[in-house]
Design a protein around this ligand. Structure first.
Ligand SMILES: Nc1ncnc2c1ncn2[C@@H]1O[C@H](COP(=O)(O)OP(=O)(O)OP(=O)(O)O)[C@@H](O)[C@H]1O
Length: 252
């Protein structure tokens, strides 16, 4: 580091986190730092602890030991899931959970940050600001042409993009995205990588994914988890050449 250069305070700081289920260590002294504005890909074999890590960050699971802090000084281990979401950490689960019997547009309207209660969506006209934001989100998620279709009629890929749009409507600072391209076609996978790269211009992102072509297309630093700890970290080509990573994950 250059003299006088100030390292930014981490957006997300995970240090020495251990989670035990019936004596089994799902996370074992896990440490991970995400910088403001960063996108990080998390890979690792089944059972490595990726979901448990997301559960700890979002307050679903309490760690036995360790530190989890957000924006320097907020201790996430003391907050519940609702408070953590309110702070600006949004999570997208693997399975899309859109409102199938509502249109794409109404799904986005319903998700706009704290503006409306569900019953108002269909009966009150949206404001200019809401309309502008919905149009932005439709453009970003490439769902403009599908805006009046029922969410239940969308393809699997489109549902995933809609849910990402719904998450963005809540203006999170950090997005946690769990296996977004599972079940997608190659073309949808490429579109999803481009979407996350675009989103990363204005949000920090942590994405868990097994699909290596997708991770490559993201072009970001990769963390490999194994048995609840970080096995390797760095550019994808570097971790792909790591002998331990090949042994426990990629080479199998
Ligand atoms: N609630 C629980 N009770 C008991 N064991 C659990 C629980 N949740 C997770 N585990 C165990 O902890 C380990 C880590 O699981 P986790 O789901 O975090 O891994 P993962 O890396 O997300 O795996 P995958 O790629 O299969 O989703 C696994 O061995 C799992 O069986």
């Amino acid at each position: 580091m250059l003299i006088g250069e100030i390292s930014p305070k981490p957006l997300l700081y995970v240090d020495g986190v251990t989670v035990t289920f019936d004596g089994f260590r799902a996370l074992n002294q896990l440490s991970l730092v995400i910088a403001p504005g960063e996108m990080r890909a998390i890979i690792g074999p089944n059972g490595a602890g990726k979901t448990t890590m997301m559960d700890v960050i979002t307050g679903k699971t309490r760690p036995d030991t360790g530190t989890v802090s957000f924006n320097g000084d907020v201790d996430l281990t003391k907050l519940d899931e609702a408070a953590i979401a309110q702070l600006g950490i949004g999570r997208k689960f693997q399975k899309p959970t859109v409102f199938e019997s509502h249109t794409v547009r109404d799904n986005l309207l319903l998700s706009l940050a704290g503006l409306r209660r569900p019953h108002k969506v269909l009966f009150a006209r949206e404001t200019v600001a809401e309309r502008t934001r919905i149009d932005e989100l439709l453009g970003l998620t490439k769902l403009g042409d599908a805006k009046d279709r029922l969410a239940g009629d969308l393809s699997h890929g489109q549902k995933q993009w809609l849910e990402i749009g719904m998450l963005l409507a809540q203006e999170p600072e950090l997005l946690l995205v769990d296996e977004p391209v599972a079940g997608m076609t190659d073309a949808e996978t490429e579109e999803t990588a481009a979407l996350l790269v675009e989103i990363n211009k204005s949000h920090s992102v942590v994405v868990v994914e097994h699909d290596m072509s997708f991770v490559k297309a993201l072009g970001v630093k990769v963390t490999v988890l194994h048995e609840g700890s970080v096995l390797a970290e760095g550019p994808l080509d570097q971790v792909q050449a790591n002998e331990r990573v090949i042994e426990v994950y990629l080479g199998r």
